[in-house]
Design a protein around this ligand. Sequence first.
Ligand code: ADP
Ligand code: MG
Length: 687
Amino acid sequence: MRDERLFPLFQPVDSLPGIGPKLRPVFERLIGGDTVWDLLLHLPKRWLDRRVKASFDELVPGEVATVQGEVHSYKAPYGDRAPHRIQMFDGTGFLTLTFFRAEPRWLQGQFPIGKERIVSGQVGEFQGERQMSHPDYIIDPAKGERPPEVEPIYNLTAGLTNKKLHSATSAALELVEPELPEWISADVLQKNDWPAFREALHLLHAPAAYEPERFEIARQRLAYDEVLARELVFSMARKSRAERPAPPLTSTNDGLNTVSKSLPYKLTSAQVRAVKDIVADIEQPHPMRRMLQGDVGSGKTLVAVLAAAKAVSAGYQACFMAPTEVLARQQYETVANFLAPLGYEVVALTGRDKGRARESALMGLADGSIQIAIGTQALFQESVRFNGLGLIIVDEQHRFGVADRMKLAGKAEAPHMLVMSATPIPRTLAQAVHGDLDISILDEKPVGRQPIETRVVSDIRIEDVVEAVGRAVSRGERVFWVCPRVDADDDDSSAVYRAAALKDRLGVDVGLVHGRLKGEEKDAALEAFRTGETSILVATTVIEVGVDVPDATIMVIERAEGFGLAQLHQLRGRVGRGTKKSYCILLYRPPLGELARERLETLRGTEDGFEIAEADFRLRGPGDLLGVRQSGAVDYRIIDLSKDADLIDIARQDARYLVERAGNATEARLDALSLLKDLFSPLNRNG
Ligand code: ADP
Ligand code: MG
């Protein structure tokens, strides 16, 4: 149950004056939630400085400005479409105010010749003359009035004005009354010069003065609140995990060494480090929760195989979970290849395994005669029983919901868990993104990979590309062709259209896979491509993850400019896995903007996923880090990953300290912290 003191903030947004049933959905769309608190978390994107400037000389075209001057003249329009013009003079020069379709009597009443007026609005320039068209404010200073010194400017959505939003947030602010107890310690507040919670919200949404440094400080305070709340939850999860028992997977007869020695190649030093991290964890009598993050092709599977060898030689079972049938089969082959020679029993367990084979697999897992299972979601069905499950490995974890992972974890008392992800999250952000997991990063590729040649090509030349595809196919190679959409009438970049066009043009069988197909249909299309039954696979981004077809040598991506960099990188990683030279063709529709060109050029210039992620981050901001959004791990409202990494580190340390030393905290502090957790708990949100 949420703390009562927060009830006012968690009222529906339409409980505010001025928001009725019609506006409610509009607000909800904009603020990504349905409560007053969600509205307050929708911070202004900037603040407009409306302070009165000293003179007209300071006016800069393009900016919003406020000035005071004397009304000098009124000029009627010289044509139908021309504006009424008011000339203002302030001793240093003139400013022309323009009004289209104005009522002359009203206008002259607003601007009596010889009187002082303050006007505020967007400054323009017309034929070398400073102008202001339809000022936002016209004020008579003789009445002692002033425009507001500052005006918060929000991101908007259709159907909402800034004014409406501003009045809604102002009403919302009144509900943050009285001030909530302070959860940040006095010395941290003082050191950072942070305002109190309520004051911070006021500073941002309803500032009395234009003080940009204060706005940033206030934002930081709320960002810290947000991240502290999360980190408290993570720290508590860590603490309770450290107190929970798990089987220490130690063994003298070490399967890990046997497998390492049998490898046809040398482990990369990143793989060695990751294996060491994992071994150190699973030898502990407490459950491991570790994330293995590594770029496509960095060799995560092998690390997992070694971990499984360790677990199994310690007398426990291990299981692998893959997001799709095809990936599970693929992984089964790899794992069996390494571990069956040691005398371990390995089974695949997917939705497709039925009847007798499934029965015997289930029995083997239940009686412990089978040590390793590899499967899809089918692994967590009730009928699957393990006998001493020690290690769970989840591949491409961002493809699974948290609920799926939990279900699997429930299969054993408290087994160790390794989750793997190819999402190239910059190292500086990895911890912020992965939360309570410990992290190992594979930042190095096996030696001897053939580089993939990446080309950026205008789709005016699509015919050349189609011909090249035809030639590759006739050489027995295979081609991925990715489209941004499934289908749309008269859209030539849709997968359905492209598959038909390629089939028509090249006279070969073309596979088609997209998200609207059923799971089995998808798997069948992928399988047909993998086995070479079809040599071209037209797909949407559903093929982004894990698919391993060593004979595929060309990856064509249509309308590449519309994809995220990280996503393009993942897609490209589907080729270049075999011995043949591979190509990635990034087709764009001209004209290509400068930023878009820079992004595609980045991709052409490097195959390093981390470098690409950093570039993506720099060019477009963290919101576009594909995996971050997909993983659902990061759902920050205020935190800005591009500038708050330090804040996250500080909050993590503070949270750990608070959780470790909870015994030292006063009752009041603990109460305030629990309030903070409630405030930012996602459980408090609907949907
Ligand atoms: P990912 O991290 O994308 O899951 P994989 O585990 O599928 O990568 O590995 C990609 C390929 O690299 C596989 O064919 C694997 O056998 C190979 N590989 C893994 N580790 C090494 C290594 N140390 N040296 C050479 N090849 C390796
Ligand atoms: Mg993989």
